[in-house]
Design a binder for this molecule. Sequence first.
Ligand code: ADP
Ligand code: MG
Length: 469
Amino acid sequence: MQLPDAAVALDKIDSCIQELVTPQQYRTWFQSLKITEITQNDITFSVSNNFLREWISHYYQDTIRKAVFQVYGRNLKISICSDPDSESGNDHIKTKTSGSNRTSREKQPPVRNRDYHQNPALVSRPGNPDIVLNSKYTFDNFIIGPSNQLAYAAAVAVSDFSSLTYNPLFLHGSVGLGKTHLLQAVCHKQLITSRERKILYLSCETFTNQFISAIETGDLRNFRNKYRHIDLILVDDIHLIANKERTQEEFFHTFNSLYNAGKQIVLSSDSPPSEIPTLQERLISRFKWGLVAQIEPPNFETRFAILRKKAHLLGHEVPDDILNFLAENVNTNIRELEGAITKVIGYSVLTESPLDLALSHRAMRDVLKTNSSKITIDDIVRVTTKKFNVKLSDLQSKKRNQSITLPRQICMYVAKKHTPLSLQEIGGYFGGRDHTTVIYAIDKITKAMKNNEQLYQNVSDVMIKLGKD
Ligand code: ADP
Ligand code: MG
């Protein structure tokens, strides 16, 4: 049987779903639905977060099954996965026909998510098929507050292209605070205002993978040609270049070549340049040449404004007391805020109950419970000192014998992984140590865990005791 192209299938399935649910349910649950893979017998969908996946799997499995049946005339095995990256639109939909392992990426142009399918002008243009963006990540949809003001202003300035004052622009901050959103907003603005400029938006992982393929196929010349002849490059999550020596080397040359040619470079990272483990000094210094702007967690007012905006984008007006409740209780990052507002609206739609504070409390019960069980550095120290039979005062002392150093380094590693503390704060906790000591500890434990089984077990034991296995 001939399989319809994934994009066509998605559009058809989508229309069927729209007939089966109310417009409100569609807006709340199905907006991010995409097809990630189709074979003769299976179809895999993705949605943008775990909560949506669970909800759809639980309540709408039947709806999707009916829609698939209408399109294919038979039942396919349906899987639904969550893919946070799918929100950034970075991935490409794949189709597979049985007997062939070739993906559509090799044969056909990438198929974008729905928003873009309807608005192709915004995604690609001649000579630049790579650029695939999330239509919602625009400057207009970005709420500004003290925590992100500088990053926002610098991103706007870069997108104006009038000068190279901030070159490179280096944005850093923890996960879910809007780095990808700002990078893509720069792209959107560029695509609208200066269509002839060549821009390249990609993740550090894509750069690394393409570099490795170029080495494997002996096609470095093409690779370099592609990366060194653009007007604006935006590399998301550049911290993933840590521990990749050859990629760092190559990126160093890409950077120099673009910089010297007066091209704009924008980078995002989860930590400032000097805190990216194993990053070569020469890259650290280059990353600081322009503007390094940090995005911090939003304050209450910004969280409130973001919640209102997100509710609006979901097509709902949510009363202030609910926004207040959510802004007060969800204070980790913006992705979580989005999850919270989606969840509350979802509860109301599904149970057909009015959107009030009592319902919001019910909807958020589990999330708030998990938040309150967040681990602290004191928990980490308590578990680790017990396991290694050492005292906190030892960990905080200047002692450097192995029996003390190892548990101290494990604490630092776990603290970085599971608490929001900065490297400075972690170093400070352990006897006022410098942040470079913490970087060293994290790097050492990360590497040692790969080939030292005993150490791996010890770290796992600590994580399990903390409920983070
Ligand atoms: P990061 O790349 O820093 O991990 P993202 O850019 O992916 O974070 O942001 C996570 C989510 O939060 C996205 O859906 C994004 O649209 C939203 N978001 C982040 N910052 C803001 C903001 N200031 N205003 C509105 N939405 C935001
Ligand atoms: Mg990101």
